[in-house]
Design a protein around this ligand. Structure first.
Ligand code: ZN
Length: 113
């Protein structure tokens, strides 16, 4: 997907540009306030830029730039959404814990699960 966005001068004498990111882009990209975005490309010469998100783990705060991140996400019928973006260590821990707790709670169940 592509968006065409306008930059505006920060008007503080710094020469900085402000790039406002619309909500539909944030949602499509899975970005949220506080995310760290890296800019690639040459904006000054009218070229396209690419924004890459560096997700920080919602549990331990570790950067997931090198490994990528896992998502534990819910979209409830009442419209509520919640979720966590996790580093590999926290994601693996969550997965292993869920499986182990499930197995323990059904240890003495009759028949196949
Ligand atoms: Zn983590």
């Amino acid at each position: 997907m592509r968006w065409k966005l306008m930059c505006r001068d920060a008007a503080d004498g710094s020469g900085d540009l402000i790039l406002e990111l619309p909500d539909d882009l944030l949602q499509a990209a899975g970005w949220k306030a506080g995310d760290i975005l890296e800019l690639e490309g040459d904006l000054a010469n009218g070229g396209a830029i690419q924004l890459k998100n560096t997700v920080l783990c919602d549990v331990c705060g570790t950067s997931t730039a090198e490994t990528g991140h896992g998502v534990l996400q819910a979209q409830w019928r009442d419209g509520e959404r919640e979720g966590l973006r996790l580093c590999k260590l926290c994601f693996d821990y969550a997965m292993a814990t869920l499986r182990r707790e499930h197995e323990l709670s059904h240890l003495f169940d009759e028949g196949e699960r």
